[in-house]
Design a protein around this ligand. Structure first.
Ligand SMILES: [Zn+2]
Length: 387
């Protein structure tokens, strides 16, 4: 018992002030690729800096290794990158293409720029970089070697690195790190080691889930840190980076950051107001419970569809089990396929009177429902409870 009571060091501030989050029960989880997972992990909260995190003990490390062994990005669409609604273009486009549109004016101007994508997976971003910048020298880094050949031969990626970022012996004008930091058990040391990869005048681009905009991030088992804007700001200061741009407006529910190595070492990053973060965390956990209760109640009133086949929809469907009849998704690469053995239909296949629960955080759910209604969708698009 004494061993269990020992407090782990906070993954951000390093203080032994983490404790299990009361009220976090044995909810089912999902993996970051959006597959069901038997547990959501042991959630802890640091009372010194207010970072919500997972207990990354042996159990978490073993299970995470199992998740990564068969990791299949965008498995719902046979590996094709997820499409999102790009408000800039007013149409559906891939996540990477939408992001590059926003990022473009901040990227290196050189026609022969050297770029590295850390956590490149099956190459969603590298493919889009190749299309936008045909003469750039592209490099990738990832755990898996599964996609190396295709990335090199088809997309002209010069090399795919494996192992520690610290062992990469080359420098770059731009380093990309999309959905990587939330998996790192030592984010401060990791970001420190990335500094030496940046050429003078070069940049680092980071994208991470924004916990404040998406409570479902909490149930993703292999996400060991759950970031807010103030926590990521502290992390970057602590690991010696200067932030040029930080915004949550480029991709919904994500924080996008452009940073460069700081000229001199900065004071340790400080995060004010742990109490405020604790209060929000408890509201978010309560919301997950209310969303589940709402879905269960709707299941008793006839066939229920869930909008979305990514993280939130998958989590909710596994939580309520048999009650879900079908999924709804706007992504043409997913429509007509099956997810968790249920059919995925498009919004325009829906009939009047069908019930569809918008399994998304409220502001996004109402934005999408308004847009779908305006385009003539007939079904009852049911809003989630307020957070
Ligand atoms: Zn802390």
């Amino acid at each position: 018992m004494i061993r269990l009571m020992r407090r782990a060091e906070c993954l951000l501030c390093g203080k032994k002030r983490t404790a299990p989050v009361p009220g976090w029960n044995t909810s089912r989880g999902i993996t970051s690729e959006g597959k069901p997972w038997p547990t959501a992990g042991a959630l802890t909260f640091c009372s010194a800096c207010g970072l919500t995190q997972k207990n990354t003990g042996l159990l978490w490390r073993r299970q995470t290794a199992r998740i990564y062994k068969t990791y299949a990005p965008y498995y719902q669409s046979g590996g094709k990158e997820q499409r999102v609604f790009d408000t800039g273009r007013g149409s559906l486009t891939t996540r990477s293409a939408a992001l590059l549109g926003r990022l473009r004016r901040h990227l290196p101007g050189s026609a022969a720029a050297e770029a590295l994508d850390i956590g490149c997976g099956n190459g969603s971003l590298l493919r889009n970089l190749r299309r936008s910048f045909p003469s750039w020298n592209l490099y990738g880094a990832d755990r898996t070697r599964r996609y190396d050949r295709e990335l090199r031969t088809r997309w002209g990626v010069r090399r795919v690195y494996h192992g520690e970022a610290a062992n990469i012996n080359r420098t770059f004008d731009a380093v990309f790190m999309l959905h990587v930091l939330e998996h790192a058990r030592r984010p401060v040391a990791f970001l420190n080691s990335v500094k030496k990869l940046i050429k003078p005048g070069g940049m680092l681009f980071i994208q991470i889930p924004d916990l404040t905009a998406n409570p479902v991030d909490l149930v993703i088992f292999d996400h060991c840190t759950h970031w807010t804007r103030s926590h990521i700001t502290a992390l970057l200061a602590q690991s010696g980076w200067h932030i040029r741009v930080i915004t949550n407006r480029w991709v919904p529910r994500e924080i996008s950051i452009i940073a460069a190595p700081a000229p001199t070492s900065q004071a340790r990053g400080r995060v004010p107001g742990a109490a405020r973060h604790s209060k929000r965390l408890h509201q978010q956990i309560a919301w997950l419970g209310r969303l589940k209760a709402q879905a269960q109640a709707l299941c008793g009133k006839g066939p229920l569809g869930i909008f979305g086949t990514s993280n939130a929809g998958t989590w909710l469907a596994t939580e309520i089990g048999r009650g879900v009849e079908f999924f709804v998704d706007e992504d043409a690469d997913r429509i007509g396929k099956r997810h968790l053995r249920k059919l995925i239909v498009g919004p325009h296949d829906l009939k009047r009177g069908q019930n569809v629960l918008m399994a998304l955080p409220p502001p996004l759910a109402s934005r999408i429902a308004r847009r779908l209604k305006a385009s003539g969708v007939k079904a009852r698009l049911i809003q989630p409870p307020p957070v």
